[in-house]
Design a protein around this ligand. Sequence first.
Ligand SMILES: NC(=O)c1ccc[n+]([C@@H]2O[C@H](COP(=O)([O-])OP(=O)(O)OC[C@H]3O[C@@H](n4cnc5c(N)ncnc54)[C@H](O)[C@@H]3O)[C@@H](O)[C@H]2O)c1
Ligand SMILES: [Zn+2]
Length: 365
Amino acid sequence: MSTREIPVALKERSYPVYLGAGALERLGELYKRHGLGGRAAIVTDRTVEKLYARRALQALKGAGVDAQVIPVPPGESSKSLEWADRLYTRLIWGGFDREAVIVAVGGGVVGDLAGFVAATYLRGVRWVPVPTTLLAQVDASVGGKTGINHRLGKNLIGAFHQPQFVLVDPQALETLPERERWSGAAETVKAALIRDAELFSLLERRLDELIRLEDWGLAEEVIARAVQIKARIVAEDEREVTGARTLLNFGHTVGHALEAATQYKRFTHGEAVVWGMLVETELSHALGKLPLEEKKRVQALLERFPRPPLPEGLDIDTLMEYIHRDKKARGRKLRVVALGAIGRAEIAELPAEELRERLRNLWPW
Ligand SMILES: NC(=O)c1ccc[n+]([C@@H]2O[C@H](COP(=O)([O-])OP(=O)(O)OC[C@H]3O[C@@H](n4cnc5c(N)ncnc54)[C@H](O)[C@@H]3O)[C@@H](O)[C@H]2O)c1
Ligand SMILES: [Zn+2]
């Protein structure tokens, strides 16, 4: 089976994303091709361990690589300093040196944790994400953001650390629960809305087939396009300084606030982002940017996503409180991402008071 190759252009830190149904079998060969000579520590979670980490181990061993699997419990709570510390201990005990390579086989949790450990162990060792959730395949595994949570907030501790390559095998999605597939699909809609009108039409036509994984060609095409968008934006703004990377936050100002306001229990990330995109699309129209017809098209696609209702009793002032916290700054003006059209996002700055009033007017109940 052919494997696509999508470049992430970051000068001396450039790397490819390999993508193809069945590509997991090629892990050992690609590891060698990239000149990775050292021992490999496969970090995974206990669910993914049985499904794919053992296959990754076989692929590496088959290529003559000395590799071992180190599992952590599944779930967001493993993205902690405590689990990072346990991984450091395993690596030190195991005698992993600066030539070692960390291979992260799992979803965004494993990727963020293992990537963070790779960024910091012995002041940085090389790493390779092998994402197994749709969310991680289209979003988390590309761009080099790694990190862990602090008890006072999510993703507050971290580092930028670009991998050697990324390996995406859509066949891994077969075992992924349907709710998690929808969650990742929400990020493909986001990618389409900010940069790719053609991807948007493709999703309008074939979203349900994508979720059901009826056609590997379709899954590859959607993932490839979403990865390309993320890769281009990251290439423009590797460390989130020029603002381009902010565009990836479309739907996330409100989405993150909804997740936090419900203690990360009510919604998957994608479900919160679908709600966020619905609200921010309405806001884009209210700000005079997005024409009515396009607004309707966007909302029609988003409404197809199953999701829990907004919590009753969540008022705008509480939501604004979470929005301020998420921005990690309390400036007078807030930056939100707005749509000018399907496939074209832009940054809008508006005073916090104006955002509050506009949200009050367009809140969907
Ligand atoms: N670094 C970034 O740029 C970035 C971007 C977006 C999100 N994230 C982070 O990603 C995390 C969320 O990632 P996620 O949604 O992948 O969650 P996750 O890693 O927790 O995976 C979700 C669940 O699916 C299971 N799983 C994974 N792959 C599977 C498979 N193929 N078959 C069956 N089960 C499987 C996992 O064990 C887990 O229980 C968050 O911590 C978020 O902060 C990071
Ligand atoms: Zn997201």
